[in-house]
Design a protein around this ligand. Sequence first.
Ligand code: DC
Length: 230
Amino acid sequence: MKKITIAIDGYSSTGKSTVARQLAEWLGYVYVDSGAMYRAVTLYAIRKGFISEERFDRKGLIEKLPQIELEFRKNSEGKVEMFLNGENVEKQIRTLEVSEFVSPIATVPEVRRKLVKLQHAMGEEKGVVMDGRDIGTVVFPNAELKIFMTASAGIRADRRYRELLERGDKISYEEVLENVTERDTIDTTREDSPLVKADDAIVIDNSETNIEDQFHIILQLAKDRIAGRV
Ligand code: DC
């Protein structure tokens, strides 16, 4: 059967990764969470002291980029996890601290170039579902299916807040909302590969739609393209 490339872009906490993962599983495709790659570079930068509330040593980070090795590996339940220089960092990259610094890190063109190169290699043979901010515009501009996901900032912050509470993080809703809106601003206004809807992307606003319905809508769009109906 014909294999296609599926690009899912959109704002943070719109449920991109949930739907991308489900879709990849259903279609037997590879799932790539490109945000996890930016998060892993951010974790590295925090640990090495290149970024903090006080400073951002872009030059220092750029010099060390060749020493950052990223890899996705499947765990025993088949879930893909992020490895940074051989260490499983899947949990560490989801903290609010990493979320706070990831958008500035993602503005660095050298970081983007390195990650886009890795993403190209992962999608070379098609049969891939990749989610992120620039997948349909920069990474795979020829993707057969492009989805652009959005939802109101309040709803997204509420979802993220619940997730973090469930993990046991001590945090307020206001802090999460502030992080969500700040990331929106940085991601949409950065010079290199800002978050924008590709002309041919299909917009899904999931403020009101549940995960199940949304999955079926996107799956149908994918099936139509695989069958050559569109
Ligand atoms: O999808 P996420 O929230 O885990 O992504 C974290 C950050 O990484 C996001 O705020 C912006 C950046 N990012 C990016 O610039 N380009 C991508 N393709 C994916 C993520």
